[in-house]
Design a protein around this ligand. Structure first.
Ligand SMILES: Nc1ncnc2c1ncn2[C@@H]1O[C@H](COP(=O)(O)OP(=O)(O)OP(=O)(O)O)[C@@H](O)[C@H]1O
Length: 264
């Protein structure tokens, strides 16, 4: 059957991950449809990063499946994501320190390159045209995030907020259908978080988004749907209003902060 706009892009079904005796994820289910922002929240150690790593192809689940547009992904690895049209930004940003900002973004556009290495060696003219096209595209992505002025600087010279915008430009330059964001608000000022929220809301027009985030105001403001993990299990799933009103969620967070208060 042909897929429709309402079919999920990504579906996680019954995913369990064990690290030795520790169950980091247990029978987790969630889905992300085009045009929706899904938030993944939970106290420290709840399993958010582990799930992000499963989706990224870094961790293979012991049980369950991750499907992309209705087909199970088997043994996918991070380098397969670009061809699937899945992009991500990481907490560590992963910008290449010795490459100018513009080149960092061009790396993100690699999927769109029409010429391979062989053409690069044999067909210089074509390669130069292709490179010029990618440069223009990367520049446009930097402009969209208001960081075009840093195109020729090294990423390390930029303040954290600008580096994060560059990482977003790199993720979006190849026109992904799904964007995975791992704690994009960490370390940002209140004003920067507000701007980030505006960007995330605007992404809806073009793609589905999974937002892993501790910044609760941002999550409540931009997400259409929120999934709450605690000790590796989904304890709640619903709209921001439903999640706010769910006693199991409050309990999970209060329990986690009480543990913290005890210095554990
Ligand atoms: N590679 C690993 N080996 C062993 N245990 C791990 C590994 N990665 C994560 N864990 C454990 O799995 C559980 C879930 O961790 P995870 O990092 O996914 O949680 P989290 O929700 O992302 O936490 P935080 O909000 O603090 O980043 C934790 O108990 C963690 O100690």
């Amino acid at each position: 059957m042909p897929s429709t706009a309402l079919d999920p892009l990504l579906a996680v079904d019954g995913v369990t991950v064990r690290f030795g005796g520790l169950v980091a994820l247990s029978d987790v289910r969630l889905s992300i449809s085009p045009g929706t922002v899904v938030g993944l929240i939970g106290p420290n150690g709840a399993g958010k990063t582990t799930l992000f790593n499963v989706l990224s192809g870094i961790v293979s689940p012991n049980e369950g499946t991750v499907s992309w547009k209705g087909s199970p992904l088997r043994g996918h690895r991070p380098h397969h994501l670009a061809n699937l049209r899945i992009a991500r930004t990481l907490q560590g940003l992963n910008l290449f320190a010795n490459m100018p900002v513009l080149d960092n973004v061009i790396v993100g556009a690699d999927r769109l390159s029409k010429v391979g290495m062989a053409s690069m060696l044999t067909g210089l003219g074509r390669f130069q045209r292709d490179e010029r096209r990618l440069r223009q595209r990367a520049m446009k992505a930097l402009e969209e995030f208001g960081v075009a002025e840093f195109a020729h600087a090294l990423p390390g010279m930029l303040p954290l907020g600008a580096q994060k915008r560059v990482a977003l430009a790199r993720a979006l330059v190849a026109d992904p259908e799904l964007l995975l964001l791992d704690e994009p608000a960490s370390g940002l000022s209140a004003e920067e978080v507000r701007e980030l929220g505006e960007h995330i809301r605007s992404f809806r027009e073009r793609m589905g988004v999974l937002l892993v985030e501790h910044h609760m105001d941002l999550v409540m403001e931009v997400c259409d749907h929120i999934v709450v993990l605690n000790f590796g299990e989904v304890i709640a799933s619903g709209t921001p209003d439903e999640i706010r009103a769910d006693p199991a969620v409050t309990e999970a967070y209060l329990g986690a902060s009480a543990e913290g208060d005890n210095g554990e």
